[in-house]
Design a protein around this ligand. Structure first.
Ligand code: FAS
Ligand code: PHB
Length: 389
């Protein structure tokens, strides 16, 4: 089999790239290790930057997000028993949209199936060959039979644990990582959100976040030790801990109910450079990971795909290789700024097990400055709504 662009990974990155390229008549094949239902069963991101919404519209899949997404003009920050609001719209003129990654992925899958572009699910043992030559190809196993896919380019959209990044020789690949000494325990519950906008809470018991998916579906998180297991957290324990960490008025009106999903995610900052090797490109979680505190993970995938789509489109339409040459540097420039913001939000809002009294005072001063300074609030707002692509 042959295609122009082979895409490894049928998550948001791979599907968005596939749709944008298909819409320009560029042929793609997506190789996905799991089933469609498995991919759609993962509960992940919830907040879309303006740039991501624009990408969905450009791909022709933004209609449901426009109809069902919740536009948020700002967010609440709670600390030391008080809370204050950061007004994104007033400070930056931009807003964010609350629309779950699951729905983004569903919309992209529906569009891909509607246009008949090839997606091969349960593709096992994917291996990349000749990425540093002009004739790259991929081998994989489908239904027990070895297959080969010849292509012009390979987009590694296969997430943190995928094969693409590991294909780049160790002599070329540079990795940067910071692992945080705690995780996030997240639950999904068919209960009304506690607030009209998100609440990020810094509390002496640990970080908490009150988010949502729609007016009847809430998504909440509490910081937990890395040693914790989901089985350690009954619903009752979770709700009691969340109430203890959020402002009293929010705790008083918090609607509790059975969790329909419960999981613990570790937090890390990670960047792999370069994001291109020969005819192999890395995009999304395959190249970088951010702690979810800044709501950047999914949104960074969107800017990578913006740059990669531009590069491949210019190659095929204008025989212009400049975008390909510049892809890694362009993508990394935005990646590192999102890494900084996500690290800053995580450092400012979480309680670190080994933090000193001085560290604690620095957090309090940071939050006090944020509450009292328009400049500090503008800095948070412009990063949260998304820096320009
Ligand atoms: P993905 O990991 O989504 O997709 C990669 C795809 O490649 C998967 O479908 C996988 O099955 C497939 N794959 C992997 N290896 C393969 C192989 N060898 N062959 C073929 N296919 C292969 N971001 C936020 O903004 N906010 C959040 O709250 C948030 N919460 C998260 C919670 C968790 C537990 C995780 C893991 C991530 C979270 N993220 C969050 C980040 C997340 O949303 C990612 O940024 C987003 O999924 C990135 O999309 P992709 O790059 O497509 O990677
Ligand atoms: C979510 O709704 O899942 C969510 C929102 C904001 C974050 C992280 C997760 O920073």
């Amino acid at each position: 089999m042959r295609t122009q662009v082979a895409i490894i990974g049928g998550g948001p990155s791979g599907l968005l790239l596939g749709q944008l390229l298909h819409n320009e008549g560029i042929d793609t094949v997506i190789l996905e290790a799991k089933t469609r239902d498995y991919v759609l069963g993962r509960i992940r991101a919830g907040v879309l930057e303006a740039g991501m919404v624009e990408m969905l519209n450009r791909a022709g899949v933004g209609a449901r997000c426009a109809k069902e997404g919740l536009v948020h003009d700002g967010t609440y920050i709670a600390a030391a028993g008080r809370s204050f609001r950061i007004d994104f719209k007033e400070l930056t003129g931009k807003v964010v949209t609350v629309y779950g990654q699951t729905e983004v992925t569903r919309d992209l899958y529906d569009a891909r199936e509607a246009c008949g572009a090839a997606t091969i699910h349960e593709a096992e043992g994917v291996q990349i060959h000749g990425a540093d030559t002009d004739a790259p190809y991929i081998t994989y196993v489908k239904d027990g039979a070895e297959q080969r896919l010849d292509c012009d380019f390979i987009a590694g959209c296969d997430g943190f644990h995928g094969v693409s990044r590991k294909t780049i020789p160790a002599s070329i690949l540079r990795e940067y990582e910071k692992v945080y000494p705690f995780g996030w325990l997240g639950i999904l519950s068919e209960t009304a959100p506690v607030s009209d906008e998100l609440i990020y809470a810094n509390n002496e018991r640990g970080f908490a976040l009150c988010s949502m998916r729609n007016p009847q579906l809430s998504r909440h998180y509490v910081q937990c030790p890395l040693t914790d297991k989901v089985a350690d957290w009954s619903d009752e324990r979770f709700w009691a801990e969340l109430k203890a960490r959020i402002p009293a008025d929010a705790a008083a009106r918090l609607e509790t109910g059975p969790s329909i999903e419960k999981s613990i995610a570790p937090l890390r900052s990670f960047v792999a450079e370069p994001m291109r090797w020969g005819r192999l490109f890395l995009a999304g979680d395959a190249a970088h990971i951010v702690p979810p505190t800044g709501a950047k993970g999914l949104n960074l995938a969107a800017s990578d795909i913006h740059y990669l789509h531009d590069a491949l489109s210019r190659h095929y339409k204008d025989k212009d290789g400049q975008g390909i040459e510049e892809y890694s540097a362009r993508a990394l420039a935005r990646v590192w700024k999102a890494e900084r913001f996500s690290w800053w939000m995580t450092t400012t809002l979480h309680r670190f097990p080994d933090q000193s009294e001085f560290d604690q005072r620095m957090q309090e001063a940071e939050l006090d400055y944020l509450e009292s300074s328009r400049a500090a609030q503008t800095a948070l707002a412009e990063n949260y709504v998304g820096l320009p692509f």
